[in-house]
Design a protein around this ligand. Structure first.
Ligand SMILES: *[C@@H]1O[C@H](CO)[C@@H](O)[C@H](O)[C@H]1NC(C)=O
Ligand SMILES: *[C@@H]1O[C@H](CO)[C@@H](O)[C@H](O)[C@H]1NC(C)=O
Ligand SMILES: *[C@@H]1O[C@H](CO)[C@@H](O)[C@H](O)[C@H]1NC(C)=O
Ligand SMILES: *[C@@H]1O[C@H](CO)[C@@H](O)[C@H](O)[C@H]1NC(C)=O
Ligand SMILES: *[C@@H]1O[C@H](CO)[C@@H](O)[C@H](O)[C@H]1NC(C)=O
Ligand SMILES: *[C@@H]1O[C@H](CO)[C@@H](O)[C@H](O)[C@H]1NC(C)=O
Ligand SMILES: *[C@@H]1O[C@H](CO)[C@@H](O)[C@H](O)[C@H]1NC(C)=O
Ligand SMILES: *[C@@H]1O[C@H](CO)[C@@H](O)[C@H](O)[C@H]1NC(C)=O
Length: 429
């Protein structure tokens, strides 16, 4: 009996119930946006959000002006689990209650940008595990709770630009292993801990422009796929190109509008071998330094975009043409006038660059010399060994030690024949 039933049981157990009962999330090429005038209007919806029906769509927007608070289950309505995109931008929203997005299991694109949000909790995005793009730009966020994105591991694009963020917990981006683009531009960051970016193993674009970074602790970043790094509009005084083994895939580096005076171009060539575009505009370059930097980068197939500027020079990148003050002049004048003359740091940085280049050149020369020395040394040792060997051989011949050897070699054929015969006779007997 059991034998007859078992095949049927097997068939039943192998049926995929999950597929039968789970919602199918459908996205079409030319989506139709359905606009509602209020949440009440939306909640009264009787039409499915099935984009395969050519007259209805699953993109949802609202044309009301303001909604101060999004309540729990705000978007729970007939067929709301098929909604793919929700646009809530520019609604003056101040608060999102936990569970507001419950039921939106297919949601891929969520825009809550251009609102007045000052707080989100780790439960805000708990129910929207299919999110791919999230725009929270232009709000009033000062901080984010840890693990806020732990239930949205499919996120590829996250826009947090234009808020008031100052710091991030090391767990802020936990689970965002698929994130490709992160925009943290226009916030109040002065510092970001290295570990914050650790989960972002797929990140390609990182926009940190228009913050307040004075220094950036990037030498331990694990962003191996990073292709674009935007650091424009910060307070960076230096950018250490020698530290970074992180940026092997970097193509675009924007360092414009900082306070840079010096750049180690040799290390740049070594560590940033995929770089194609480097924006150096609006920094504190001394024109001589800049000329050198550009000169050293010409053979690096690198684009150095130029910008229209009042202080523009022949290279198209602006620089400062201070009076060419040398160290000696400064000392003299300060001794003569016995007053403290403020020295532009750029005048030193010319020296720095020159010294750096000289040191590098010297190092290169040193290396060459070292190589030559080791070559010569090897040759000497070899010829010495050869000489010693010759002497020993000569001595051996003179003393007569080689005579026995000669005999042995001479009778070698006979010896082999003899032993073969021996073997033969052994087999026979
Ligand atoms: C498409 O939606 C309309 C309502 O908007 C409905 O009357 C019609 O039956 C639907 N067609 C299909 C094929 O589902
Ligand atoms: C932001 O929202 C306001 C309405 O709240 C609107 O007037 C303004 O155009 C929006 N700005 C952007 C950039 O979308
Ligand atoms: C996010 O919103 C801002 C405006 O608030 C806009 O500039 C930006 O392009 C949006 N990002 C995406 C991915 O749509
Ligand atoms: C998110 O991270 C937590 C803690 O690291 C882990 O337990 C959980 O399985 C992750 N969830 C997903 C969907 O990756
Ligand atoms: C980041 O956001 C800012 C401001 O919203 C915008 O101007 C910039 O284009 C964005 N960066 C990227 C890489 O999308
Ligand atoms: C660098 O950033 C500045 C300021 O945001 C922008 O104008 C410029 O186009 C950027 N350069 C590149 C090469 O993207
Ligand atoms: C730069 O400025 C000049 C005149 O000041 C103008 O003719 C030219 O079009 C500008 N170029 C760009 C790229 O803005
Ligand atoms: C010049 O550099 C020194 C240290 O190198 C720093 O303390 C000082 O603030 C700098 N001055 C200016 C005007 O940048």
């Amino acid at each position: 009996m059991i034998c007859y039933l078992s095949p049927i049981l097997l068939v039943i157990s192998s049926m995929n119930f999950q597929q039968v009962f789970s919602t199918e999330c459908v996205e079409v090429n030319h989506p139709i946006i359905r606009t509602f005038s209020s949440l009440v209007d939306f909640e009264g919806n009787k039409i499915p959000f099935d984009p395969r029906n050519s007259s209805i769509g699953n993109y949802v927007a609202f044309n009301f002006i303001e909604i101060e608070s999004l309540p729990r289950n705000a978007f729970l309505t007939f067929d709301s689990e098929h909604i793919i995109k929700l646009d809530l931008s520019g609604k003056n929203t101040k608060e999102i209650k936990d569970g507001a997005f419950s039921s939106l299991t297919c949601l891929k694109y969520l825009s809550i940008n251009n609102n007045s949000l000052s707080k989100l909790t780790w439960k805000t995005f708990k129910d929207v595990g299919n999110l791919v793009e999230l725009n929270i730009s232009t709000n009033k966020l000062k901080e984010l709770p840890g693990m806020i994105f732990r239930d949205t591991p499919r996120l590829r694009y996250l826009d947090l630009s234009n808020n008031m963020l100052r710091k991030l917990s090391p767990f802020t981006f936990t689970n965002l292993t698929n994130l490709q683009k992160l925009n943290l531009s226009k916030n109040d960051f002065t510092f970001i801990e290295t570990e914050v970016f650790d989960p972002l193993i797929s990140l390609q674009v990182l926009d940190l422009s228009n913050n307040k970074f004075i220094e950036l602790d990037y030498q331990n970043w694990k962003l191996r796929n990073l292709e674009t790094l935007d650091l424009a509009g910060n307070y960076l005084r230096s950018f250490d190109t020698s530290l970074s083994s992180t940026f092997g895939n970097l193509k675009i580096l924007n360092l414009s509008s900082n306070y840079l005076e010096y750049l180690n171009v040799h290390a740049l060539k070594k560590n940033y071998y995929k770089l194609t575009t480097l924006d150096l505009n609006h920094n504190n370059w001394h024109c001589d330094d800049l000329a050198k930097i550009v000169h050293y980068l010409v053979d690096f197939r690198l684009q150095l975009p130029a910008r229209n500027s009042s202080k523009i020079n022949e290279l198209g990148i602006d620089c400062n043409n201070y009076m060419p003050v040398t160290l000696g002049d400064v000392l003299e004048t300060s001794i003569v006038t016995s007053s403290i003359t403020p020295v532009k740091n750029a005048s030193y940085s010319v020296k720095n660059v020159e010294i750096e280049f000289q040191i590098d050149d010297l190092a290169n020369k040193n290396n060459e010399i070292l190589l030559e020395i080791t070559g010569v040394r090897k040759l000497l040792i070899l010829s010495l060994m050869f000489f010693v060997l010759c002497v020993i051989l000569y001595a051996m011949v003179q003393v007569g030690w080689c005579d026995g050897l000669k005999q042995k070699f001479g009778s070698r054929e006979g010896y082999i024949e003899a032993s073969a015969q021996e073997n033969y006779s052994m087999l026979r007997s």
